[in-house]
Design a protein around this ligand. Structure first.
Ligand SMILES: Cc1cc2nc3c(=O)[nH]c(=O)nc-3n(C[C@H](O)[C@H](O)[C@H](O)COP(=O)(O)O)c2cc1C
Length: 356
């Protein structure tokens, strides 16, 4: 077991780490499997008289100054430097075609070494989409500040910045950056000075009610709950770890985290002007519909889109078409013809006997 944790990693280590994470996500078993995102605990009350025409259902939304065809996002996926940024370009091509939002994976590598900037330049392929820049919030304790945040946004002509919170990932990563002290103050300072909206997201362990209150107080424009039940970073990092003690204790943490649906309930109460993104184990249009009815503005997914994007024959596009169709069918079933009326909809109820 390590003593004092090693800090920053050089560019080559960082690239190797991303390659390993990506390969494991594509070929290994990285989904939680123990905790579910929790959407099965809710159901919509079916309306036999929906009183709307299915063909008139509008899934479009306006958010952060952009119009989207559906309230969906390709969640941030790191690995952008691989193959000269091929993965980023493929993902953004899908987002542009479907007119949905996308967040790029962590741009830290390109902030530390400008030669990697090119692999993130996705705007030329996606001039219209809602695009989020991405950095780890913990880097604010390792020399990053407003200047690096601004560079990340400018690098990709993003509409907003997402700072990710990943304490469990860092602590289970050999040499991870685990100094998470006083981050709320630093996030507050970035929110105060930045000329772009700043959102904060978890990567798979959820945002609690208290964390949401702190983030609302910090002045964030949005929170992505990144709840438990989808991709598990404890699984990914513990299978990469060379530390036998860390590997061993990781087994007792496999059920750690706030399920996505539960986290959504917690965050919905944080502040009415804050935009909410649901992610973590969202796999179907019905999951997305339930997430929106629980208060989310957008629902995001990473792993299934990553896997489907490897196929160049349109598998990812079909996957997204299916999610949009599922969302529309759910809206039809409760007689709702637009996303504004789906948000916080009264027909979503907790199933009897399930107490979250
Ligand atoms: C290979 C891979 C790389 C990821 N890289 C990042 C990242 O750089 N920044 C970030 O905020 N989230 C990152 N994530 C987390 C996802 O955006 C998402 O929050 C998480 O995977 C849960 O969603 P899912 O269950 O749909 O996969 C990554 C996920 C995967 C699978």
């Amino acid at each position: 077991m390590k003593g004092k944790r090693k800090k920053s990693i050089d560019g080559s280590g960082s690239r190797r780490r991303k390659e390993e994470q990506l390969n494991l996500s594509l070929n290994g078993d990285v989904e939680n499997g123990i905790v579910s995102p929790g959407f099965e605990n809710y159901r919509f009350i079916h309306q036999a008289l929906p009183e709307i025409d299915f063909d008139n259902i509008d899934t479009g939304i306006s958010i952060f100054g952009k119009k989207l065809s559906a309230p969906l996002m390709i969640s941030p996926i790191t690995g952008g430097t691989l193959g000269g940024g091929k993965l980023n370009m493929r993902l953004v091509e899908i987002a542009q075609e479907k007119n949905i939002a996308m967040g790029v994976g962590s741009q830290r590598i390109a902030i530390e070494d400008r030669s990697f900037e090119e692999s993130f330049k996705v705007r030329k392929i996606a001039p219209d989409i809602l695009l989020f820049a991405n950095l780890g919030a913990v880097q604010l304790n390792y020399g990053f500040g407003l200047e690096q945040c601004k560079r990340a946004v400018d690098m990709i002509e993003a509409d907003a910045l997402m700072l990710h919170l990943n304490p469990m990932q860092e602590v289970f990563q050999d040499g991870g950056d685990s100094d998470f002290s006083d981050l709320a103050g630093k996030i507050t300072s970035i929110c105060e000075k930045a000329e772009f909206p700043v959102l904060v997201r978890e990567v798979g362990f959820g945002i609690s009610a208290d964390a949401a209150k702190m983030l609302a107080g910090a002045g964030v424009a949005g929170i992505d709950v990144g709840g438990a039940g989808g991709t598990s970073w404890i699984k990914i990092e513990s299978s990469r770890s060379k530390d036998p003690v860390l590997k061993n204790i990781s087994k007792s943490f496999m059920d750690w985290g706030i399920p996505t649906a539960e986290s959504l309930e917690m965050v919905s109460g944080a502040g009415s002007s804050i935009k909410i993104i649901a992610s973590g184990g969202i796999r179907t249009g019905l999951d997305a519909a339930k997430a929106i009815a629980l208060g989310a503005d957008i629902a995001g997914a990473a792993l299934p889109i990553l896997k489907a994007s490897i196929d160049s024959g349109g598998e990812a596009e079909s996957l997204i078409d299916g999610i949009i169709l599922g969302l529309k069918v759910a809206m039809f079933g409760i007689g709702v013809s637009n996303i504004t009326n789906l948000k916080n909809n009264k027909y979503l109820v907790k199933k009897e006997g399930n107490h979250l």
